[in-house]
Each structure stands twice: as structure tokens, then as C-alpha cells.
Design a protein around this ligand. Sequence first.
Ligand SMILES: Nc1ncnc2c1ncn2[C@@H]1O[C@H](COP(=O)(O)OP(=O)(O)OP(=O)(O)O)[C@@H](O)[C@H]1O
Ligand SMILES: Nc1ccn([C@H]2C[C@H](O)[C@@H](COP(=O)(O)O)O2)c(=O)n1
Length: 208
Amino acid sequence: MIVTIDGVAASGKSSVSSGVARALGIPYVSSGLLYRAATLLGLEAGVDLHDAQALLALLDTHAPRLEPLAEGNRVWAGERELTDALHSSRVDAGVSVVAVLPELRAWVDAQLRTLPEPFVAEGRDMGTNVFPQAGAKFYLTASPRIRAERRARERPEDIPAIEAALIRRDAKDKVQSAPAPDATVIDTGPLTLEGVIGVILEGLGKGS
Ligand SMILES: Nc1ncnc2c1ncn2[C@@H]1O[C@H](COP(=O)(O)OP(=O)(O)OP(=O)(O)O)[C@@H](O)[C@H]1O
Ligand SMILES: Nc1ccn([C@H]2C[C@H](O)[C@@H](COP(=O)(O)O)O2)c(=O)n1
């Protein structure tokens, strides 16, 4: 079984997916971390983030791999753990450039499609492009202000700066971020994290 949870930036995809995965006793898969890993490696090597061939060469050398655990995904490049470095504002600002490159999308999709079921997959195009056959699909939204207020609890920048960056990233990610026609769209704005997880479990017939 595959459950997909897509949505806009900072809409709660990874927190919600982790909660749903733990309730189901299966892993979740954070596809955005692979785009973030490619971005981090590109920034560290000083390559042009528009240069797909240079990025693919780095991915070939460092071979980053996703460890999809229910409590939180980790990314490794050989013995080095990249996870903590993947959510900096620098990576946030560059990742949308990398994520529109067809060659990079093909690389991420190929990694994801090797993973053994069952799992919850979160990202932008899990329900549309990568796993169109998924048994259940959800799509999370919330206003930019609410998302910025939530994110401000974990970043040093102030709410207006985070909100502006989220609006910019939404625009850049728009092409690959449309909800699947058969996805249940959830406005998380008025809901707590536990509330969103509860709505999804209810939708899966696993509610309490
Ligand atoms: N319904 C909610 N109510 C309150 N806080 C929430 C809710 N959903 C998520 N959060 C909080 O919002 C922040 C962003 O959530 P999270 O990192 O899961 O989003 P994301 O969509 O995976 O982000 P990104 O697109 O940047 O990877 C976290 O601090 C999380 O705890
Ligand atoms: N399936 C996906 C997952 C992610 N992306 C892009 C869009 C984001 O800007 C970036 C990081 O994702 P996040 O950690 O914010 O979920 O990667 C995508 O295009 N497709």
C-alpha cells in the first residue's frame, strides 16, 4: 500500500506523514530531502544549480541515499549524514532551481520507485507523477501567513521574511505541485497537527 501526502511548502507534509506513518506502523518517504541533498551538494561544490549535468556528476560521486524511517527521514552520502544541513535557508532558496530540472526529477523518481511498499510518500508530485497508482492521496494547504508563523518557531528569520520566501518558493514549485484529481485536499489552517493526522487516518478507515 502507498499513501501519498502532497502539498505546498511548510504545509506540514513531513510532520503529518510521520504521524500517519507511525499510526500505521510503516515508514514515510520524504521526497523533498532528495532534492535538498542535490542542492546542498551543488552549493558545497560551488556548481551552478542550473547545470543538471554537473549536479548529476555530483550525485554519481556522492550517491546520497534516503533512510525512510517513520520517526523522521535521514539522508546519507557514504558515511556522512546530510540530514541536519538540508533545512537551512540557503538550501531553501536554491532547491526550487534544482527541482525544476527534468534530469534531477528523473533521478529522484528513480530512487523513490526502488523503495519497498508499504509507505507514506510526501512531496509535491507523489500522487500525480511518481505513484499515480497510490491507494489513498491527500493534499495539504494553508495560507502563507499561517505556514510562516509555524516555521518561525524553527528558523531565526522573522515571520514576514519567511512568508515572502514561502510565496516565492510556492511560485517556483507551482508546475509540479498541482493536487492529484483524486486527492482529498485538507486546509490545515484551522487544524492542529494531531487534527490533520486524525482527518487522514479517518479517511484511511483507521480513525479512533
Ligand atoms: N496543523 C498544524 N498545526 C500547527 N503546526 C503545524 C501543523 N502542521 C505542521 N505544523 C508545524 O509546521 C512546521 C512545518 O511543518 P513541516 O516541516 O512538517 O512541513 P513540510 O510541508 O514538510 O515543510 P517543507 O515543505 O519545508 O519540507 C513544523 O514546525 C510543524 O510542526
Ligand atoms: N516531490 C517533490 C518534492 C519536493 N520538490 C521540491 C519543491 C521544494 O522546493 C523542494 C524541497 O521540498 P520540501 O522539503 O519543501 O518538501 O523540493 C519537488 O519539486 N517535488
